[in-house]
Design a protein around this ligand. Structure first.
Ligand SMILES: NC(=O)c1ccc[n+]([C@@H]2O[C@H](COP(=O)([O-])OP(=O)(O)OC[C@H]3O[C@@H](n4cnc5c(N)ncnc54)[C@H](OP(=O)(O)O)[C@@H]3O)[C@@H](O)[C@H]2O)c1
Length: 313
């Protein structure tokens, strides 16, 4: 495993991070807590230090609770990242990054995670009804108290990051990034590189789509939100699968799967600090760890770039 500094936070994180959304069981079906715990074990055994969860992962904090169980006894080896500012009202997801809400959420997250500090505390998404300065000042206050060690945001644009950073140190951003969704290359990645802000990217496999394992006409079990996602349907899916078919022989030449090749490509993009890979099965985690620690030849790198250029929005 390779490790990189997370902006100016003083933290060092594994280039592959463990994403703990799927194990929350919201919108994903067939989740098994024991398998999720085994996946977390496999992550830590394989050298993953960055574990990413959130207050809203699970209608009642299921993901944070599982993470809390998994890291017991290994807390000091882990960079524990969670997020605030979103919460469930029944099945409706609401935003609130006010000082009052964050001060409540951080205490609840600390209890669920069974720890007295969070390494990286991230604002989950911009809340236009709360001044960004108020949100930033609240996280700075928590950092001064030692409850959190580093401060991040997620899903912010550059202007929002600048406003936030006027009030508190900003150590990381967490945006979506994969060969299908490349908007951050225009402004966000350059801004983060120029300002030494770490970038923890999410959706590397676009919810499993970029593994190529969900073929044309695939239907998920009822209740799986991917059945409603246009990228998993019809022409859009067929176009993506055609492109992945062209990529596959390159992965084969290195004994690597499509998932490993895609994660590898993301981890090599300038400005990316860590790639969050979601998983609920140990075998997936073990494969994702093997996405780094090897290199494509210059010619193969060029071919991969050329093929993936056909996928972006
Ligand atoms: N900040 C935000 O707003 C935000 C939003 C979304 C995600 N995130 C974070 O980013 C993480 C990653 O996103 P994600 O989990 O939604 O998507 P992802 O990592 O792109 O895909 C995860 C899914 O891909 C499949 N998979 C993973 N590794 C595989 C492998 N080696 N071979 C075959 N299939 C594999 C599994 O699907 P199956 O279960 O179907 O096998 C898994 O559930 C999340 O867990 C979360 O921590 C953050």
């Amino acid at each position: 495993m390779e490790y990189r500094p997370l902006g100016e936070s003083g933290l060092t994180v594994s280039v592959i991070g463990m994403g703990c959304w799927p194990m929350a069981g919201v919108g994903w079906t067939g989740i098994d807590d024991e398998a999720s715990l085994a996946a977390l074990e496999a992550a830590m055994d394989g050298g993953i230090t960055l574990i990413d969860t959130a207050y809203m992962y699970g209608r009642n904090g299921e993901s944070e609770r599982l993470v809390g169980r998994a890291i017991a006894g290994r807390r000091d080896q882990i960079v524990l990242a969670t997020k605030c500012g979103l919460y469930w009202d029944g099945t409706t997801l609401l935003r609130d990054s006010s000082r009052k809400r964050i001060l409540e959420q951080v205490e609840e997250s600390l209890r669920r995670l069974n720890t007295d500090y969070i390494d990286l505390y991230q604002v989950h998404a911009p809340d236009e009804d709360t001044p960004f300065e108020e949100t930033a000042a609240t996280l700075a206050e928590l950092k001064a108290q030692g409850k959190i060690r580093a401060i991040g945001v997620s899903n912010y644009d550059v202007a929002q990051m600048k406003t936030f950073a006027g009030q508190a140190p900003l150590h990381s951003d967490q945006p979506p990034y994969n060969p299908l969704i490349r908007d951050i290359e225009a402004e966000i990645l350059p801004h983060c590189r120029d300002n030494n802000i770490g970038v923890i990217s999410y959706w590397p496999l676009y919810k499993g789509l970029l593994t190529g394992k969900y073929g044309r006409g695939h239907r998920f079990p009822e209740g799986d939100s991917r059945n409603e996602d246009p990228r998993f349907q019809g022409e859009e899916l067929a176009g993506t699968l055609d492109t992945l078919d062209r990529l596959k022989p390159i992965g084969d030449a290195y004994g690597k799967s499509l998932a490993q090749l895609i994660i590898h490509w993301i981890a090599r993009q300038p400005g990316i600090t860590s790639v969050l890979c979601g998983a609920t099965r140990p075998a997936h985690v073990e494969q994702n760890i093997e996405a780094v620690g090897w290199q494509l030849s210059g010619e193969h790198q060029r071919q991969v770039d050329e093929i993936l250029a056909d996928l972006g929005d």
